[in-house]
Design a protein around this ligand. Structure first.
Ligand SMILES: *Cc1c(COP(=O)(O)O)cnc(C)c1O
Length: 386
């Protein structure tokens, strides 16, 4: 076989590159199999083990596993008093987030009030939140978007109940070395397949408050108090439980979490190196580097196409080159449903709108190779600066 024969070419060299891909190995398979064989599929010992290990990692006393990040947001908001609301009740949050953040406010009939984001970090700012607060504000719901720590010390000083959406930020660290989720506010994590840790579907609320833990444990399980008998219920509840199968997967993922987070950082660094030239030549923008001691946990590799470039056309051109990318992420207030219900319009949150219009999520996952990163960078260069 000669070096130039086609048989020598790596068959994966031009295989499509997916936008995300979870790390699942023997440990995960074994963990789930053990639960199946135990026949104890739900309300079993894996739930508590997962919760305890997760809370320990964050340095908080309590964690409550739930069926999704969205369910966690719903129960965390209820636990700080956003329940049975009227539209006069308001929760101040970011328009630049996944739609679940604002939807959770609607579940209880309250009104989401948006505050614009910082042009560098893309996180909602304490100043914008302060301007949006009224006498009807019941809670603040900051988001650690793209795994970058939001300015919680400043947001907490606004003096209202805080729920943190850390669905994208497991592993991020605040400037004072506290992990995101470790400040004691009810903080919501999510475990869908593209997150830093996955259980397939799932979520968790971390909290320093024993009463909040107890309330969420009850409300995730149809309103049953911990000391009650089967089918005895003392409050309204939901079925937001996470099964032992999911929690077993979560425990196995916790064992490798530091490695997966380190691998994401490495891939992000490869991207930064591979895209530097394109940034200089075209005005392509990358996510901000860590500053003032805050540390991002890499979740997605989002770039903003240069001003004036058609983002959606860029996505199509990359798809033709077998590179899967996504518009990421749309501003919540501009979804038709939100426009119609609340009268939102373009121009209200210009920083979020610009990030939404130009944001493009590139393939990004822990097992991505440097060659794949280079291929994405080369194809992006061919599309943006042919
Ligand atoms: C993923 C995500 C959620 C929702 O989590 P699910 O588990 O999908 O319900 C909420 N907020 C943000 C910012 C997210 O990225």
């Amino acid at each position: 076989m000669t070096a130039s024969s086609s048989a020598d070419r790596d068959p994966l060299e031009d295989a499509p590159i997916p936008v995300a891909r979870p790390v699942i190995g023997d440990a995960e398979e074994q963990a789930v199999l053990e639960v199946l064989r135990s026949r104890h599929l739900s309300l079993g010992p894996r739930v508590t083990t997962f919760e305890d290990r997760f809370a320990g990692r964050l340095g908080v006393p309590h964690a409550a596993a739930v069926s999704s990040g969205t369910a966690g947001l719903h129960l965390a908001l209820r636990a700080v008093g956003v329940e049975d609301c009227t539209p006069e009740d308001e929760v101040v949050t970011s328009p630049f987030s996944f739609i679940a953040t604002a939807n959770a406010v609607l579940f209880e009939g309250a009104t989401p009030v948006f505050a614009d984001v910082d042009p560098q970090t893309l996180n909602v700012t304490a100043d914008a939140m302060a301007s949006a607060i009224t006498s009807r504000t019941k809670a603040l719901l900051p988001v650690h978007i793209f795994g970058y720590p939001a300015d919680l010390p400043a947001i907490e000083r606004l003096g209202l109940p805080v729920v943190e959406d850390a669905a994208q930020a497991l592993g991020a660290v605040h400037a004072d070395s506290t992990p995101v989720g470790g400040r004691g506010n009810p903080t919501v994590f999510a475990f869908y397949a593209n997150k830093q840790l996955t259980t397939g579907e799932g979520g968790l609320v971390a909290t320093a408050d024993a009463a909040i833990k107890q309330r969420i444990d009850s409300e995730r399980n149809q309103g049953r108090a911990p000391d009650m008998q089967w089918l005895d219920h003392d409050r309204l509840g939901f079925n937001y439980r996470l099964s032992d199968l999911h929690c077993a997967l979560g425990i196995a993922q916790l064992d490798r979490l530091d490695d997966m987070i380190a691998a994401r950082s490495r891939v992000a660094e490869w991207y930064r190196e591979a895209l530097t030239d394109l940034v200089d030549r075209t005005g392509l923008e990358l996510l901000c580097p860590d500053r003032d001691g805050d540390r991002r946990s890499w979740f997605v590799y989002v770039v903003r196409v240069p001003k004036g470039v058609d983002r959606d056309e860029t996505i199509r051109a990359l798809a033709d080159r077998k590179i899967q990318t996504r518009p990421y992420l749309p501003a919540i207030h501009l979804f038709a449903f939100y426009r119609e219900k609340f009268g939102f319009r373009e121009g209200q949150f210009p920083v979020a709108e610009d990030a939404a219009a130009r944001g493009l999520s590139l393939p990004f996952f822990p097992e991505m190779t440097q060659a794949q990163v280079q291929r994405v960078a080369d194809e992006l260069a061919a599309v943006l600066a042919p």
